[in-house]
Design a protein around this ligand. Structure first.
Ligand code: TRP
Length: 354
């Protein structure tokens, strides 16, 4: 019998999941677990690359798991694990780091963005010798080498399970490209070991935009309270946020690049109900923004209600969440050890005495 393709994806345990995460990613992940071997990782080791609070990281890790499960990930079908529970992620990352030229990491777009966010200016006179200069009081910490190595650790997450498909957002494409390069480089340097993973682009990978600035992606870290719907928002909060969503001038409910606000609400409605946008446009013809927004709000409230209920029933059930992680770690560890020992053998490490 042919093995089902291996799908792996991970998310950092920061803050809450958004409607965008749900419609664009998680809803699709839970559909995939039926006919794929799925690994879903909560990558706490990635979360310590930028300033963070340990108690929050601990709390968010379990909350993140509760949210995964609330969105339909089923631990009897998929392996859900915490990265730091599985030996092998940082071990393989080390091996891969030794195949990664420094310049490739320094050129990564996300690295440069994060460095800038920390309050540093990136001076790039020469990519082989990146310089950081403070730009004012926002500088909190120095740029640590973990932040630079972040994409290598991510490549390790993927290759440690020999994943075929990796569902990732646009912003992670460059990292996945590096992972593919590293897999190829390893295979050429030693011998054929890793599969070359592909990006998995879901069917209706709905791209949900900020309700306050519909030209930007909806983000969990938006400072504007009304910009983002979280999957555990209360019904009235959702109604309020959608009610105050930026719409555009005029009153026609029509998808149009000139009307990013209305377009965003239309695509949310369409992603949830499955009704095509032209058909929605027809249905709301002549009704103005008010009625339209109310309908979208009720659609979102109804779609998220079961997710929210399930989340609330799980989030404080620590024994259950820990039992899920125990099983997930055991399954992940089995695969991880198998691949890691293969890698160690190929690169010339002496076999560990038993
Ligand atoms: N870097 C990813 C993000 O921030 C998270 C991530 C870590 C990941 N390891 C991964 C995603 C492996 C897919 C596969 O979104």
């Amino acid at each position: 019998m042919q093995e089902p393709p291996v799908i792996l994806t991970c998310a950092q345990p920061t803050g809450g999941l958004t409607l965008g995460n749900y419609l664009g990613a998680l809803r699709n992940w839970s559909r995939m677990q039926v006919d794929h071997e799925c690994y879903f990782g909560i990558v706490d080791m990635h979360s310590i690359t930028t300033p963070y609070v340990p108690a929050e990281l601990r709390r968010n890790t379990l909350a993140c798991l509760a949210q995964y499960l609330a969105c339909g990930i089923d631990p009897s079908k998929a392996h859900v694990f915490v990265q730091s529970h599985v030996i092998g992620h940082s071990e393989l990352a080390w091996v891969l780091a030794c195949l990664t030229p420094l310049g490739e990491l320094q050129r990564m777009t996300q690295f440069k963005d994060k460095v800038a966010k920390l309050g540093f200016k990136v001076k790039e006179e020469d990519t082989a010798d990146l310089k950081f200069t403070h730009s004012g009081s926002r500088a909190q910490a120095s740029v640590n080498s973990g932040l630079l190595s972040y994409p290598v650790l991510m490549a390790s997450d993927i290759l440690l399970y020999n994943a075929d498909l990796v569902p990732v957002g646009e912003d992670q494409r460059q990292h996945l490209e590096l992972c593919r390069d590293l897999a190829q480089r390893f295979n050429q340097t030693y011998s054929d070991t890793f599969k070359i993973p592909e990006a998995y682009v879901g069917k209706s990978g709905a791209r949900v935009m900020s309700l306050a600035d519909p030209t930007r992606k909806m983000s969990k870290s938006d400072t504007n309270q009304n910009a983002t719907i979280f999957i555990h928002d209360e019904a009235d909060v959702i109604r309020k946020k959608i009610g105050s969503a930026v719409t555009d001038s005029g009153n026609e409910v029509k998808a149009d690049p000139e009307k990013p606000g209305v377009t965003n609400l239309l695509s949310i409605q369409s992603a949830i109900t499955g009704e095509e946008i032209p058909s929605l446009e027809k249905r709301f013809e002549g009704q103005g923004y008010g009625t339209f927004k109310q309908t979208v709000a009720e659609t979102v409230v109804e779609a998220l209600q079961p997710v929210r209920d399930k989340y609330l029933s799980l989030v404080d059930d620590k024994p259950y969440l820990e039992s899920v992680l125990k099983d997930g770690a055991a399954a992940a560890q089995k695969t991880a050890f198998r691949i890691l020992s293969k890698v160690y053998r190929k690169i010339g490490f002496v076999e560990r005495p038993r």
